[in-house]
Design a protein around this ligand. Structure first.
Ligand code: GDP
Ligand code: MG
Length: 449
């Protein structure tokens, strides 16, 4: 999908940004959305909003038409998925995604169709919560299938989390849930109770009656739907039905690791009004990711999208500092200190990896070594520049072998790493000068709209 969308954008470059090229380009974007299995109305409204913003006064020599549109598409993608394109990057925890209360026990009800991945997701959430110090309790409220209770017990053992169960012959789902919550209160240390409810093959009255009864009588703090992303628009449709009966607080889309087209992740918020909270990315217990609209949009557009990078950068960069840096770049006076500042600012933008993906030519670099910790790299660069004298920072060309060795030992790195930093800096300052020459101010202004 990502590829398809990027192709559509580059089409736009064939002409100037006129109404006709935008229209044709948006036709292709809409096609890309539909192929990704995005609901028709959602795709149509999306391209309509982008077109309205794209056609108009923003005709800038220094910016390719596609670059102007990428900025708009990014914002609209974030909004489509329920995010706020102007908000800062928030490092968020599993507990925050769930909405765990400050005190007491938070009850989370998980529901969904059979085989969607409810029980597995309960295990994943329990593992993540425990890791973050929010003691969970799992409650086996699926009394439909005899194996369901055993499955949850096994998962609980694997992650070292208690599981509350009752004999299905002498209990009901409502009773198990009520007693499970009591058990959590009795234990005292439990912060989150996760109710693993039963599913059915399809959305039917029987299932909805059972879930509504739990909802009414147990009063969970949040209800999450677990839906299988592989089922595409069916997942979206079932979310609609569950939301009507239960007022969902969030959706978890599982099996995003499979051969899915991703359309469900794009349309679920627009169709149901319910935000996507997590995605399941594997059968094992670590296969769970918090969902962030801005990061997802960045990933979709992540192929050398300077405009997106600049837009994000713009939110963080202090405007005055930016102007100053820009002037220095233009004069060819971009020093290692500026480099360090730029690195810090980039560090603020969230994961280095996602940012690097947006810099032309750097995307592959970020992919090359998936294990490399980019944020740690930023720390090392800071240490190296910190170990230099002011004179060295202003005149890196004068750093010889012996100075290099001194800097390396001061920063606790190898001399060749200092060498590499100096080389990278040289390359970057060249690039910066080119960018300044192209009129970065115009680019920034265009992206800002
Ligand atoms: P439930 O009936 O809703 O409780 O579903 P289960 O938790 O029992 O999961 C059904 C199947 O989906 C199992 O084989 C799981 O291993 C698998 N599954 C669940 N989540 C994921 C996921 O994120 N990725 C993949 N590949 N498989 C998953
Ligand atoms: Mg289950």
């Amino acid at each position: 999908f990502s590829e398809r969308l990027q192709k559509a954008m580059s089409f736009i470059d064939r002409g100037r940004l006129t109404e006709a090229t935008v229209r044709e380009g948006m036709k292709q974007v809409r096609q890309a959305l539909l192929e990704a299995d995005v609901a028709y109305d959602v795709a149509r409204d999306f391209t309509k909003r982008v077109s309205e913003q794209a056609v108009g006064d923003r005709v800038l020599k220094s910016l390719k038409p596609s670059e102007q549109i990428v900025g708009i598409v990014y914002r609209e993608l974030v909004a489509l998925m329920g995010g706020d394109p102007d908000s800062e990057f928030q490092p968020s925890s599993v507990a925050a995604q769930i909405g765990v209360k400050r005190d007491g026990v938070t009850v989370l009800m998980m529901c969904g169709l059979q085989g969607a991945g409810k029980t597995t997701t309960c295990g994943k959430l329990a593992r993540a919560l425990k890791k973050d110090g929010f003691a969970p309790l799992l409650v086996a409220a699926d009394l439909q299938r005899p194996a369901a209770i055993e499955q949850l017990k096994t998962l609980g053992e694997q992650v070292g989390v208690p599981v509350y169960t009752e004999d299905p012959a002498n209990s009901t789902p409502v009773k198990v849930c009520q007693n499970g919550v009591k058990e959590a209160q009795r234990r005292g240390d439990v912060r989150v109770v996760i109710l693993d409810t039963a599913g059915r093959l399809g959305v039917d009255e029987d299932l909805m009656r059972e879930l509504s009864a739990i909802d009414r009588k147990v009063g969970p703090d949040a209800a999450f739907l677990v839906a299988d992303a592989m089922t595409g628009q069916d997942a979206v449709n079932s979310a609609k039905a569950f939301n009507e009966a239960l007022e969902l607080d969030g959706v978890v889309l599982t099996k995003m690791d499979g051969d899915t087209r991703g359309g469900a992740a794009l349309s679920i918020k627009a169709v149901t009004g319910v935000p996507l909270k997590f995605v399941g990315t594997g059968e094992t217990l670590d296969g769970l990711e918090a969902f962030h609209p801005d990061r997802m949009a960045g990933r979709i557009l992540g192929g050398g999208d300077m405009a997106t990078l600049l837009e994000k950068a713009q939110r963080e960069f202090d405007a005055d500092e930016m102007a100053e840096q820009q002037a220095r770049m233009a004069e060819g006076k971009f020093t290692l200190l500026d480099f360090q500042k730029a690195m810090r600012q980039i560090g603020k933008l969230g994961s280095m990896r996602s940012v690097m993906k947006m810099i032309p030519g750097m995307g592959q670099l970020a992919e090359l070594d998936p294990e490399a910790d980019m944020d740690r790299e930023v720390g090392r660069v800071n240490a190296m520049i910190g170990s230099m004298t002011q004179e060295e920072r202003l005149n890196p060309d004068r750093i010889d072998r012996s100075r290099r060795n001194r800097i390396a030992s001061g920063a606790g790195v190898q001399p060749h790493e200092v060498h590499k930093l100096l080389k990278d800096f040289k390359g970057m300052s060249g690039m910066m000068q080119n960018m300044a020459g192209l009129g970065m101010r115009d680019r920034m202004a265009a992206v800002k709209g």
